[in-house]
Design a protein around this ligand. Structure first.
Ligand SMILES: [Zn+2]
Length: 305
């Protein structure tokens, strides 16, 4: 059975580990993630962006997640970065057990009002809500360092926001960015800021844009012709300290994309005459399973079901 995210994340924050949230948009990614999570007995969040919902169709995603949830571990089905209220309402009605409303680009007051509304709809159906305060973005999105500083989550405002909205989890902006291709230089996690947020906010915190960009996977993809430019990510030790200071959910998307890409490229290059989709996708699934296992070990969520 699919379960809401709130109790899992509370337990994770108290136990100083984080629940992995994998972005899924097809059967192969889902099966790879479930193989890894089941093997390591880790609770798992299956999350779909609005783009994934458009790509696969909500009924397909819900049906696949329900089958996945027959596993002997807690499974959550979550909307990642929901902005369209029609989609959020539909997801709450369709069987999703957790949703994110992303009002981070809205003025503060509007973010509060809409998040509160989503919380009302969601909680009426036992669905958990993640909200976002502060803007997650690429370094080049900001003209100056002061600009960038201003986009990060303010600890005092974070505690006010949670009191005002009643959300179950909060995505914080502490210096990470989405995607693997945006960084010029290493992303720098603002741990002192996170510490300050964690002191004021007892709600589980969420880390987005924290891809590790695993070097061996990048090398494999590049070996088979992928052009990944300056792919760099967040260091494992930074993720470990983030978990010490309240991060209870870590989103993983880019690392799975890289594994998928490397696996497909390898299959097509090594076996150019193969036309069976299952054979083309098999190495991708193996690699994604391996990457998901590494993430679970990093987040220390194994044996925490
Ligand atoms: Zn995100």
């Amino acid at each position: 059975m699919l379960v809401p995210s709130a109790p899992l994340l509370k337990r994770a924050r108290a136990g100083k580990y984080a629940v992995p949230a994998f972005n899924v948009n097809n059967l192969e990614i889902l099966k790879a993630v479930m193989t890894a999570a089941t093997a390591l007995k880790s609770p798992v969040i299956i999350q779909t962006s609005e783009g994934a919902i458009e790509y696969a169709g909500m009924p397909y995603l819900v049906a696949m997640a329900r089958v996945a949830a027959e596993a002997s571990i807690p499974v959550v089905l979550h909307v990642d970065h929901g902005k369209d209220l029609t989609i959020l309402k539909a997801a709450i009605g369709a069987g999703y057990t957790s949703v994110m409303f992303d009002g981070s680009k809205l003025p503060y007051a509007q973010n509060v009002t809409i998040t509160k509304q989503v919380v009302k709809w969601a909680h009426a159906k036992g669905v958990s809500v993640e909200a976002e305060l502060g803007v997650l973005a690429g370094i080049e999105d900001f003209v100056s360092a002061t600009d960038r500083e201003a986009s990060l989550t303010d600890p005092v405002q974070a505690s006010e926001f949670i009191r005002a909205t009643g959300c179950d989890a909060l995505a914080v902006a502490i210096g990470t960015a989405h995607g693997a291709y945006k960084f010029k230089g290493m992303p720098h996690l603002d741990i002192p800021r996170l510490k300050e947020i964690a002191t004021r906010v007892k709600t589980p915190l969420v880390l987005h844009g924290a891809s590790g960009v695993l070097e061996d996977v990048v090398k494999l993809a590049e070996h088979y012709g992928a052009e990944l430019m300056d792919a760099r990510g967040v260091l494992d030790k930074d993720i470990a300290s983030a978990i010490k200071y309240g991060i209870a959910k870590v989103n993983i998307d880019t690392d799975l994309r890289l594994a998928f890409t490397a696996g497909v490229r390898e299959a097509v290059a090594d076996f150019p005459s193969v036309i069976d989709p299952r054979k083309i996708l098999a190495p991708a699934m193996t690699l994604m399973t391996e990457v998901a296992k590494r993430k679970i070990r990093l987040l220390k969520s194994g044996n925490k079901r």
